[in-house]
Ligand binder design. Sequence first.
Ligand code: CP
Length: 315
Amino acid sequence: MKVFTSVNQLGDLNQALKEAFEIKKNPFGNQELGKNKTALLVFFNNSLRTRLSTQKAAMNLGMNVIVLDVNQGAWKLETERGVIMDGDKSEHLLEAIPVMGCYCDVIGVRSFAQFKSKEDDYNEVILNQFIKYSGRPVFSMEAATRHPLQTLADIITIEEHKTKARPKVVMTWAPHPKALPQAVPNSFAEGMDMAGYDFVIANPEGYDLAPEFTKGVTVLHNQDEALEGADFVYAKNWASYEQYGQVLSQDRSWTVTSEKMALTNDAFFMHCLPVRRNMIVSDDVIEGPRSLVIPEAANRVISAQTVLKRMLESL
Ligand code: CP
């Protein structure tokens, strides 16, 4: 595997899950693969889970790891070509990327949507420059439009907890004070399509995701109706796609509470974290016995290790 920017690049999902569960059973079984190999993890944005779980995955594979926080300690980077660099940015991404490639064997990149231009965000301008100019296999650690390592961890978690072949999974929008990207919900929708679950999205009017991610999916603007009979509730906030990057609502009636969970089939609660308590989800639901947020975060090591192992096999 040379590029991982979408769960679709996993190919056969059952095969990927088989590899993931083998890794979970025997996390140190492939240390020879990573010996004398270096993973460079480049962060343009903050992270707790991705940073730690991807480092742990690389270490489990016997790799060395370098972490670069672009905005803390590195030169400020210009990302657009043609700019006269007479401001505060000292280095251009077009030199910085091939230089980074000199110091590693694989590169992970975290680069969120900037909400300045829908076109630039949906064309994944920064991630694609790493793919084009680094000369190394590149994997996304959440980009503008997708978060595939999170989605793979989510699917692993559902597979571990489902009690029927085709559970009903409801992804519901929930309120948040800031504009958040659509990467997690877009990617989750792709993953649900691959997994073939009974998948429903609930969001207020004005929050429909990009049509390329919701083809054939039931999208309801009534959360209570969507939650009926759900086996898994996946909560997430995202900013409007139609009115790109705008926060159109902070309607707290969409917060996932125990009253909302009572509409479900005793559903498990999921969220990728970090989560704003009592905006997205009430304390009692996230702390309750059906909350999967911690096992989901733990599975981030397994998803990262599955992808890194495939990248090492391709070197
Ligand atoms: N879920 C997730 O990607 O968490 P971080 O932003 O902390 O990495």
